[in-house]
Design a binder for this molecule. Structure first.
Ligand code: NAP
Length: 251
């Protein structure tokens, strides 16, 4: 129970890695707010799972790339669950488009959600924490693609690499104010985002051959490392990025 009583907001938490993070956090004793953008039923199912574990949970709708949504979301969590101890910036999208075909709109939306969204949620959260003189903790979700080249990701990969710089720079400014900031870079994790890879007889073997453990990861394996960063077990870590990738980067 290394997160006992820690009030946590996980963005993009109605499925995939976000759901895995919520589950591990709840099992470690956290009360968890589940952010979603489209499907309240899915988010409610996650919140119900948390309540069945004996923890508190609410769902909060909001687009992480819209300041008004983010402010309303954090306000709701603060009022209904209490002051937020931990923010996990997980929400993200991936599109695969050849460099020569990528449009301004595709670039802008992806970078807005994946990079600006993490910056924006963090800024709104940190302003609240600092205003109340509290301590806080941020876990950013990046990607293996901060370190590995995959085709059609000239927008996605730079946005994810920038999460590492965002983590370091926020850490430098926020840690002295009591907010540690760290980053998890997932490798190939079995979710809706990667379902097409998991099903592809052409693509999957080539990727698995590069992974020392020889398999895709599960969302909860990312959740376990996020929980470590959010807990006192990592009390001397801040500004760090770690690959949870079964040994893909290291191979
Ligand atoms: P996923 O299954 O596609 O789930 C993405 C989640 O993000 C969903 O809950 C989605 O909400 C939410 N979301 C998307 N845009 C949003 C927005 N503007 N505001 C709020 N929520 C939004 O993806 P995943 O595989 O779990 O990925 C989660 C994170 O891990 C992403 O940041 C992704 O880039 C990163 N990642 C994944 C992998 C992998 O192998 N799966 C590898 C490296 C990094 P809705 O359900 O409402 O659409």
């Amino acid at each position: 129970m290394k997160l006992k009583g820690k009030i946590t907001l996980v963005t993009g938490a109605d499925r995939g890695i976000g759901r895995g993070i919520v589950e591990v956090f709840a099992e470690e004793g956290a009360d968890v707010a589940v952010n979603y953008i489209e499907e309240p039923e899915k988010a409610e199912a996650v919140a119900q799972w948390v309540r069945e574990k004996g923890r508190r949970s609410i769902i909060v709708k909001g687009d992480v790339a819209r300041r008004a949504d983010v402010e309303a979301m954090i306000d709701k969590v603060w009022n209904e669950l209490g002051p937020l101890d931990v923010l996990v910036n997980n929400a993200g999208i991936e599109t695969i488009v050849p460099f020569l075909d990528l449009t301004d709109e595709q670039w802008t939306r992806l970078v807005d959600v994946n990079l600006r969204g993490e910056w924006l949620c963090s800024q709104v959260y940190c302003r609240c924490v600092v205003a109340e003189g509290r301590k806080g903790n941020i876990v950013n979700i990046g990607s293996i693609q901060a370190a590995k080249v995959l085709p059609g990701r000239t927008h996605y990969a730079p946005a994810k690499l920038a999460i590492e710089a965002l983590t370091r720079n926020m850490s430098a400014e926020m840690t002295p104010l009591g907010i540690r900031v760290n980053c998890v870079h997932p490798g190939l994790i079995d979710t809706d985002m990667t379902a097409w890879i998991m099903k592809s007889a052409d693509v999957l073997p080539g990727i698995l051959a590069q992974i020392s453990l020889g398999r895709a990861g599960a969302p909860r394996e990312v959740g376990a490392v996020a929980a470590f960063f959010a807990s006192e077990e990592s009390s001397y870590l801040t500004g760090q990025s770690i690959h949870v990738d079964g040994g893909w980067v290291g191979k």
